[in-house]
Write a protein that binds this ligand. Structure first.
Ligand code: ADP
Length: 320
């Protein structure tokens, strides 16, 4: 049987014109062949691919190639929103398919937006059909409508941030940030939500510990991780922001519900929720935004979690 590399080379004239980016990696995970569309979509040159250098999206491509679990990954920070799909051939070569994601996300988004809209419509119709005259029911339905509108607004805001990040429309002003004060600000903002669940928020970052990133975006990451830690913990939990384990990294630990190891690679997917029935208020977009922000910084996220004994989200950012 011919080697996949030879077949790829033989078909190159045809593959070269395909509107899908194709990249072939050998069993040592080095690029051996690619087509024109891959170069165009990833905004790179032949020389880059020859050196196995994927420029701005190097970490993101390396992550999918190296990972045992990830078979699909969104690639962010370029002018088009892209998706990379990994196919492992029988002789352990890897084919990476790069496509644009626009069409698919419109379908997904409409589906998610339809849910609160349907709920609002049902509640408003019930009011119109007479519930408005019932003094017990009317205020409850109006409160529900108000909550659904808040949910819709949150969803739209999150979708907008996500699409701006994916379209490479977010500028970054990276500088040294003091982890202790970033975590203090996030804790101040979320303290009242934590108090309602009798949850303790602890900042263990030492004085003068620095991380490197865009302040607004990193603030968003820290807030989102703490917010999730509160959301996915029962009463009386303890949430800790810590420096390390490596220079330039930090982590948010909780003593919450945790999750199965098999769920971990999926939680960064858009709209993914481990248990949809329990988290009616959630959009499944928070961690997707976090991951995209960290990708844009050229950083990495690691998650350690066990059902019943809590989770740790570890963010490694480049040192400069
Ligand atoms: P959302 O919280 O809006 O559902 P996210 O993208 O922030 O969306 O999170 C995706 C899923 O990951 C959540 O629905 C939840 O099941 C799981 N998750 C996130 N953070 C934690 C955590 N700290 N502990 C346990 N599960 C978590």
């Amino acid at each position: 049987m011919p080697e996949i590399k030879e077949t790829f080379e033989e078909l190159k004239n045809y593959i070269g014109e395909l509107p899908i980016g194709l990249l072939l990696f050998d069993s040592n995970k080095k690029t051996t062949s690619w087509n024109k569309c891959a170069l165009e979509l990833l905004e790179l040159k032949d020389e880059d691919f020859k050196k196995n250098d994927f420029g701005q999206v190097n970490n993101q491509i390396t992550e999918i190639i190296e990972s045992e679990y990830i078979t699909e990954k969104e690639i962010v920070g370029l002018s088009k929103a892209l998706k990379a799909k990994k196919i492992i051939t029988s002789d352990k070569n890897i084919i990476l398919q790069i496509t644009e994601t626009t069409q698919e996300s419109i379908g997904e988004m409409s589906h998610e937006l339809r849910r609160p809209i349907t709920n609002i419509k049902t509640l408003a119709e019930s009011l119109l059909m007479g519930a408005i005259k019932d003094p017990d029911i009317a205020p409850k339905f109006l409160k529900n409508i108000n909550e659904e509108i808040d949910r819709l607004a949150k969803l739209v805001n999150e979708l907008l941030s996500l699409s701006r990040i994916k379209a490479g429309k977010v500028s970054q002003l990276k500088k040294k940030l003091d982890l202790k004060s970033r975590a203090d600000d996030a804790i101040k903002l979320l303290q009242s939500i934590a108090d309602k669940k009798n949850t303790k928020l602890i900042n263990e970052a030492p004085e003068g510990y620095e991380i490197f990133g865009d302040q607004e975006q990193i603030d968003h990451v820290i807030q989102n991780l703490i917010e999730n830690a509160i959301k996915y913990s029962s009463e009386g939990a303890v949430i800790t922001v810590k420096a390390g384990p490596n220079p330039g990294s930090f982590q948010v630990d909780d003593t919450g519900i945790g999750m199965l190891e098999s769920e971990i690679p999926k939680i960064f997917d858009r709209f993914y929720r481990v248990d949809r029935t329990k988290n009616k208020g959630s959009s499944g977009l928070g961690l997707s935004i976090v991951k995209n922000v960290v990708d844009l910084h050229g950083g990495k996220i690691e998650v350690k979690s066990k059902p019943g004994s809590g989770s740790s989200f570890i963010i490694q950012l480049p040192l400069e």
